[in-house]
Design a protein around this ligand. Structure first.
Ligand code: ADP
Length: 165
């Protein structure tokens, strides 16, 4: 049974992420989405909120599961009995960082391989930070995020503006 882990911040989940999830879920037996709960980064959404968002948009895929994790990715992947790590590549700018991470993970856990899926061209420019930037200025994010998440993301910014007043 081929188990894969797709790790990321998913702050928030975009259509680019969902496309990678859909395609990799077809290629493996079981896909575990690992939501990084990293203390050194201050995300817009808490790990619980990010897990909930991913569960809501992936409930239609029977072989996809979502879990939060902290610490080393290789430890999480081992805990999940995964043999493969999935990452997405949008542009050459992603490549250097991704290559370095794949090499480090290989050194730490030689039994784990990283598989890269190239972005769907439709979403090549979509990133969580771009979504946050657009939403923070009240722009329309509906073409970048799953429809179930649009209101939640917009609400977060409305709450923030209220808090700042
Ligand atoms: P991280 O903080 O680990 O980079 P992200 O949530 O930004 O987490 O992304 C998780 C993974 O999804 C990364 O491999 C990233 O390259 C990939 N990814 C993000 N957006 C897209 C996209 N639009 N198309 C393809 N892959 C993407």
């Amino acid at each position: 049974m081929l188990i894969a882990v797709y790790p990321g911040s998913f702050d928030p989940t975009t259509l680019g992420h969902l496309d990678i999830i859909e395609r990799s879920a077809k290629a493996v037996d079981h896909l575990i989405i690992g939501v990084l709960n990293n203390n050194s980064k201050t995300p817009l959404f808490s790990a619980e909120e990010r897990v909930k968002m991913l569960r809501d948009v992936t409930s239609i895929f029977p072989n996809v599961e979502v879990q939060a994790f902290s610490g080393l990715l290789v430890d999480f992947a081992r805990q999940c009995n995964a043999s493969v790590i999935i990452r997405g590549l949008r542009a050459i700018t992603d490549f250097e960082y991704e290559l370095q991470m794949a090499h480090s993970n290989r050194m730490l856990a030689p039994e784990l391989d990283t598989i890269f899926l190239t972005t769907n061209l439709k979403y090549a420019y979509v990133s969580s930070s771009m979504v946050k930037e657009v939403a923070s200025f009240g722009g329309d994010i509906s073409q970048f995020v799953p429809w179930q998440l649009k209101d939640r993301i917009e609400e977060k910014y409305r709450d923030r503006i209220h808090e700042m007043r």
